[in-house]
Write a protein that binds this ligand. Structure first.
Ligand code: 13P
Length: 338
């Protein structure tokens, strides 16, 4: 394990005013996103789509510290034959790779899931490092509903995250540790707080037992928000106060950075919440690792047409810039008018 390299990578991923582009949608997820804009999902359309984001010079150079890729993408070449990984590196951003194999139902725990992908992971990490990946992502999913999450689900997922993190570090790859408490339910913000606390406490206990080097990790958590179906909205000030207070109780100071997921929040909502969080004094670098909140606007503007690429790149650059400002607590609503 090369600790210096891990620390350098983790610091690069959470560099001030920059954040991570989560472009690691699985084949199924990207198909759903393309269906919504009437674009057929083929290897070429997926390449064209991702290529225009990675070629958005201003966004990539100034606001995107790293890009999470899917297995197909890390092996793909741009139209002119340049590997997509090279485009990312040339912009000064760090390539990363999603390595989990998705979720499976937990037997005897109805409604709950655990994340698969540990089998053969060491070998895959070795190959991904050779392909240019310097960090990885593993997403655990915790849902909130009537009677769950159970402790069994939290423990199973936290254990897998710790095993994954240790394997990554053996291969000099920084693990993004992502325990996502979903915001899909009808729960209150207090319930989200309570469940996220249990998840983070279990996670850091497992990381400790697996002897994970915390300085060489990045946490990718959910913010503390009410469930989408609750009909309630919390203000950015409220989200920030609860999130920061909880994280101070749960996340060791040795962790260099926290990069939030957007989780289904609207674009500007995800930006405003991150900005409010960064209005607090915290011991970690706190930024974004957004998928939907960075890509919804450019996807819509693109619509699969080459002629729309400049407008789509402008939409991507705008969201990257807004979130880059929010990562410094310097975003203002007035800046949203493009
Ligand atoms: P969202 O920002 O769309 O939640 O995606 C981030 C991600 O990578 C989830 O694993």
């Amino acid at each position: 394990m090369d600790k210096d390299l891990l620390v350098k990578t983790a610091e690069g991923m959470t560099a001030r005013g920059k954040g991570i582009l989560a472009a690691d949608e699985s084949a199924g997820t990207i198909k759903r996103r393309f269906d919504a804009i009437n674009v057929e999902s083929t290897a070429d359309t997926r390449r064209d789509y991702r290529e225009f984001m990675f070629r958005s010079k201003e966004a990539m150079k100034k606001h995107i510290s790293g890009v999470i890729l899917y297995d197909e993408t890390i092996r793909q070449k741009a139209r002119d034959g340049t590997p997509l990984v090279k485009l990312i590196e040339q912009s000064g951003s760090i390539p990363g790779i999603k390595v989990d194999a998705g979720v499976k139902p937990m037997q005897r725990y109805p409604g709950e899931v655990y994340t698969e992908g540990l089998d053969g992971l060491g070998k895959r990490l070795e190959e991904y490092f050779a392909l240019g990946a310097r960090f990885a992502k593993w997403r655990a999913v915790i849902d909130i509903g009537s009677g769950f999450p159970t402790y069994a689900c939290i423990k199973t997922n936290a254990h897998a995250l710790a095993r994954y993190a240790a394997l990554c570090q053996e291969n000099n790859i920084v693990p993004i540790v992502e325990p996502e408490v979903l915001m899909d339910g009808d729960h209150t913000i207090e319930r989200c707080l309570e469940v996220t606390e249990a998840v983070l406490k279990a996670l850091y206990a497992e990381l400790y037992e697996a002897r994970v080097f915390l300085e060489g990790t990045v946490l990718k958590p959910n913010m503390i928000v009410p469930g989408k179906k609750s009909g309630k909205k919390a203000s950015p000030a409220e989200v920030a106060a609860l999130t920061v207070k909880l994280f101070k109780h749960c996340v060791p100071v040795a962790v260099p950075g926290i990069a939030f997921l957007s989780g289904g929040q609207a674009d500007v909502e995800a930006t405003a919440n991150l900005n409010a969080i960064n209005g607090h004094a915290m011991p970690w670098a706190v930024t974004f690792s957004y998928g939907r909140a960075l890509q919804a606007a450019p996807q819509k503007a693109w619509g699969g047409k080459a002629g729309n690429v400049p407008t789509a790149q402008a939409a991507f650059t705008h969201r990257a810039r807004m979130n880059g400002l929010a990562a410094k607590g310097a975003w203002k609503k007035e800046l949203e008018t493009m």
